[in-house]
Design a protein around this ligand. Structure first.
Ligand SMILES: [Zn+2]
Ligand SMILES: [Zn+2]
Length: 148
């Protein structure tokens, strides 16, 4: 499957008329995020984020249900106003990308990339232990080594 022909779909948790979205190009990169914005907003110990080119991403259904919450003035998080599912976000520093929460994508699909690093380890929840997966760990933000 070439980059151009891939199609990865995701949706919120609503049983009726869920928000649906998709991307059609291999993500630029995927990482594990331990920042408090991601973890506190989602109620999880970590976030798995796929960084997808905006022009390869689109909302295909239920756009009217999408609400925004800014966890920082520069960080715009989109969630479903009905089921509360936190799906993706826009960060001003990366205007050409949308950051997709991987668990909202269909689990049967190949996301297109594997996580390549841990970021914001200094914000890690004290009850969470980072597994010994051999991936680089960064205290704050660090870009991917993956960049072409
Ligand atoms: Zn929903
Ligand atoms: Zn984060």
């Amino acid at each position: 499957m070439s980059d151009q022909s891939m199609r990865v779909t995701g949706h919120c948790r609503c049983e009726n008329n869920p928000v649906r979205f998709e991307y059609t190009k291999k993500p630029f990169e995927v990482h594990y995020c331990l920042c408090t914005d991601c973890t506190d907003t989602c109620g999880g110990a970590l976030a798995i984020i796929a960084v997808v080119e905006r022009k390869a991403f689109r909302i295909t259904d239920g756009e009217n249900k999408i609400k925004n919450y800014d966890t920082k003035p520069t960080c715009h998080r989109r969630f479903c106003g009905e089921c509360g599912c936190h799906m993706f976000l826009y960060v001003d520093a990366f205007p050409d990308f949308v950051l997709v929460h991987v668990p909202t994508l269909e689990r049967s699909q190949d996301v297109g990339q594997k996580p390549d690093r841990w970021v914001f380890t200094r914000s890690k929840h004290p009850m969470f232990t980072i597994p010994d997966d051999g991936l680089p760990r960064h205290e704050g933000w660090a870009g991917t080594a993956n960049a072409a």
